[in-house]
Design a protein around this ligand. Structure first.
Ligand code: AMP
Ligand code: MG
Length: 347
């Protein structure tokens, strides 16, 4: 399959790009799948009701079929077409954070979404992305669009159209290229089926912001030991991983450097994932900085492209400095822990 590449400029009125959006939307209407930019990461979209389109998403990504997809909408009124029993606090969340990096899980209405999208669950995940090209595409297609991140399953999510093409060229009908995404990590997934919101996956919107708005919130981690703890499906799979094994490394720069030296003395090529502040302080085979430690939003924005950059370097092992689990640091550490397969070493 020849994958089309439609370039759009986010800073121009999206109506200037109507021919490109229209062509991409026509592919969606024909049941094909196309990738598009959002404010979090690039998504790979297909019509929500059409089994064959949803199958194409899973096939292109190599995604396990028990990992459900998020439904993307361009109009908040569509939530009531897809979901029922919507609690008051869920409306508050949608009004405060949509369009934006927040996904709500709600009881689903039967027959509105392919069973493949919800992976057999009786709930549906919905979000409205904050990106002119994404919103224009969904509106033009005239249907909600199921869209996971547009990467091969297990790899870091794409934050540029180049990342999408590296993984999916020839496997999808096309990609709308809106340059680099903004937030850089995926949406916050919030379970809205109970008496208060529960954060299943940390993301661009923080638990604190949700708590401030709704009065009460919890994380899945807090509820982990209780029998009734809800689970975000897909948590059991490998995620975000670069090709070389990645370890989170605890220690000071001096002790981390000693560990690097030891591995290099054993003939290993060592990569270090750090931030701009510390980049020059390490001596290793490859040192990559993702953003600045004094502004974690820059780390979120650059994390996945940094992980992908290691694949272009001859490294046998990667050591990553951890971040404080505060604000967006919670989401960054959630992704880094998964990329590391929860492996920590002490430097
Ligand atoms: P992504 O892999 O970025 O497409 O994220 C999709 C994630 O959303 C899944 O891995 C789940 O964790 C979550 N999700 C989607 N639908 C549901 C649902 N109905 N219930 C709970 N979590 C969901
Ligand atoms: Mg993903």
């Amino acid at each position: 399959m020849n994958t089309k590449h439609w370039v759009v400029d986010n800073y121009q009125d999206i109506r200037q790009h109507y021919p490109q959006i229209k062509e991409a939307a026509a592919f969606l209407q024909q049941g094909e799948v196309v990738a598009f930019p959002t404010e979090t990461v690039y998504g790979l979209g297909g019509q929500v009701k059409l089994n064959s389109a949803v199958e194409k998403i899973f096939q292109a990504k190599g995604r396990p079929s028990d990992n459900p997809l998020i439904v993307h909408i361009a109009d908040q009124a569509d939530v009531e077409k897809l979901a029922c029993s919507i609690p008051h606090y869920a409306y508050k969340l949608m009004e405060a954070f949509w369009p934006g990096p927040l996904t709500v899980i709600l009881p689903r209405k039967k027959g509105e979404v392919s069973e493949l999208v919800t992976a057999g669950l009786d709930t549906v995940a919905i979000r409205m992305p904050d990106h002119p090209a994404a919103l224009a595409l969904i509106k033009e297609a005239g249907v909600p669009v199921a869209a996971p991140s547009a990467n091969r399953s297990g790899k870091p999510s794409p934050t540029t159209a180049r990342h999408v093409l590296d993984d999916l060229n020839g496997r999808i009908a096309g990609v709308i290229d809106g340059g680099e995404t903004g937030v850089g990590i995926e949406s916050t997934v919030v379970d809205c089926t109970g008496p208060f919101p529960i954060v299943l996956r940390p993301g661009g919107v923080t638990e604190k912001e949700i708590e401030q708005l709704t009065g009460k919130a919890a994380t899945n981690a807090v509820l982990k030991n209780k029998e009734e703890a809800p689970k975000a499906p897909g948590m059991k799979y490998a995620h975000y991983a670069p090709e070389a094994p990645l370890y989170l490394i605890e220690g000071t720069q001096e002790t981390i450097q000693k560990t690097v030296d030891k591995w290099r003395a054993d003939g290993k090529k060592v990569g270090v994932l750090t931030t701009e502040e510390n980049q020059k302080r390490y001596l290793a085979d490859t040192v990559i900085a993702c953003g600045r430690r004094d502004d974690l939003t820059t780390v979120a924005k650059n994390l996945y492209s940094a992980l992908r950059l290691f694949n272009e370097q001859p490294v046998d092992v990667i050591f990553a400095e951890p971040f404080p689990k505060e604000g967006v640091g919670e989401a960054i550490m959630n992704r880094l822990e998964k990329a590391a397969g929860h492996k920590w070493i002490v430097g």
